[in-house]
Design a protein around this ligand. Structure first.
Ligand SMILES: Cc1ncc(COP(=O)(O)O)c(C=O)c1O
Length: 453
């Protein structure tokens, strides 16, 4: 159902004016941005005060996994607010216990203890702290093509250019190349080669860094913002084996890939691997109230059985956030949202995007699974030269800016990162909505095509 949108440009102008006067936005030159004033959202759509409605192919920041304003989750938050809005983290609270139980039941293997945080970066910070204390080692290995959050350790672990301004160079982080066949760092031509060479490169990195200095390897199970590169068969199992051999803690970051996004509860299930620590956030409660966390293996949890864990947060396991998580997980079960995400990816979204790639010279590669897809846009399909250079800004970014503007003109809010657009709708997006999104992408790619050579 399309929600009824009542335009109110005057109210929108007031919201915008206060925003420009007082809100300091993330990742932005404050004087150069023009944030859209949003009047409301429901399901897969949001709308502005001028009566323009957008199909959200970004899920916010890839987190509204059950769409906006799901009535059961809204009601659960309201009920929890009336019952017990907040309580300090040192106490046992029904909804906190229940959220932890529901999450632990769904995480792979023996990841049965949950440390709650307010979001993804804090989850990564705490996972690294746990790994360092558990091993007594300091270094952490992460992939160049990655995003792990914007706090101190998390931003240093991050590979993408958002790190550069905050890179201390002394955070104990060593970066390596993870597999990505389409732009292979190893000159590989098959998935088998890419897997084998990526594992050999990781082994070399460990050997030269000194295995006894390395606390953890952190990887996004399927890297998200960096480009949705599903790892080749055998890669994550190979990393698991390397970690076991050297006593290194294996951390999988499922902040973006978890909670249904890939068509499984956790992406690790696709690869039959169990990490020692798994970070989550975003989809755990569809982002309705800030929540993240670390799922901890029995062995690492035991390290802190008699020895205090030196980390904590005032709002760890906040009742409102946990109530939203409990309701979200129940909705996902009852409405078979995870199965739906897998099905829509296999039958509508994936095939539809591949069909676009065949017709549009600007689409170099389509990759993904579930409701987690990337279109790698190129100047030329043969050379694979990206449609815009790495980290392009201003005029150099014109082709992607033109693509984005065209998508919005056709009613689609697109996810854009460098030379890629990601199709990452809600996990419960309908077939009709996906088709509407594909039609808008088709039109916008026509604009991107004009910049190919
Ligand atoms: C894989 C991954 N890890 C960590 C983070 C950081 O999460 P947050 O922004 O909630 O701190 C993100 C955010 O996009 C992410 O995608």
């Amino acid at each position: 159902m399309t929600p009824h949108v009542e335009p109110d440009p005057q109210a929108g102008a007031a919201v915008k004016a206060a925003d420009r006067a007082h809100v300091f936005h993330s990742w932005s030159a404050q004087g150069l941005i023009d944030p859209l004033a949003v009047a409301g959202a429901e399901g897969s759509y949001f709308w502005d005060y001028d009566g323009n409605r957008y199909l959200d192919f970004t899920s916010g920041l890839v987190y509204t996994n059950i769409g906006y304003q799901h009535p059961r989750v809204v009601a659960a938050i309201q009920e929890q607010a009336a019952k017990l809005t907040t309580f300090a983290p040192a106490f046992a609270i029904d909804v906190r216990s229940e959220a932890a139980r529901l999450i632990a039941e769904r995480t792979p293997g023996d990841l049965d203890k949950i440390f709650f945080t307010n979001g993804g970066a804090e989850a990564v910070e705490n996972a690294v702290r746990m790994a360092r204390l558990h091993t007594g080692r300091h270094k952490v290995l992460s992939a160049f093509r990655s995003y792990h959050g914007a706090t101190s350790t998390a931003i240093n672990l991050t590979g993408d250019p958002r790190r550069w301004a905050s890179d201390t160079g002394s955070a104990g982080v060593v970066r390596f190349w993870a597999p990505f066949l389409y732009r292979s760092p190893f000159y590989a031509t098959t998935e088998e080669q890419e897997c084998e060479r990526a594992l050999a490169h990781l082994e070399d990195t460990i050997a030269f860094e000194g295995p006894a200095t390395i606390a953890a390897i952190i990887l996004e199970t399927v890297p998200g913002t960096a480009g949705i590169m599903t790892p080749p068969p055998g890669y994550l199992a190979g990393v698991r084996e390397i970690c076991d051999r050297y006593g290194i803690v294996f951390v999988l970051d499922e902040v973006m890939a978890g909670f249904g996004r890939t068509g499984k509860w956790f992406a690790a299930e696709h690869f039959d691997v169990v990490p020692d620590l798994l970070t989550f956030a975003k989809g755990v409660n569809s982002g309705y109230v800030p929540l993240g966390g670390v799922a901890i293996s029995a062995e690492i949890a035991a390290t802190f059985d008699k020895r205090p864990y030196p980390g904590g947060l005032t709002y760890s396991g906040h009742p409102l956030a946990c109530a939203a998580a409990v309701a979200t997980i129940q909705v996902m079960e009852d409405e078979k949202v995870v199965e739906h995400a897998a099905h829509i990816g296999e039958t509508v979204l994936g095939p539809g995007l591949r069909e676009l790639a065949e017709r549009h010279p600007s689409v170099g590669e389509v990759r993904g699974l579930g409701v987690f897809w990337a279109l790698d846009l190129v100047k030329n399909k043969e050379t694979r030269e990206p449609l815009v250079p790495y980290n392009a800004a201003g005029e150099a970014n014109t082709p992607m800016a033109a693509f984005g503007a065209a998508a919005k003109k056709h009613g689609l809010w697109p996810f854009i990162n460098m030379n890629r657009t990601h199709a990452v709708p809600a996990c419960n997006v309908s077939e009709a909505e996906v088709k509407e999104g594909l039609a808008a992408l088709d039109a916008a790619l026509g604009v991107a095509d004009e910049h190919t050579a």
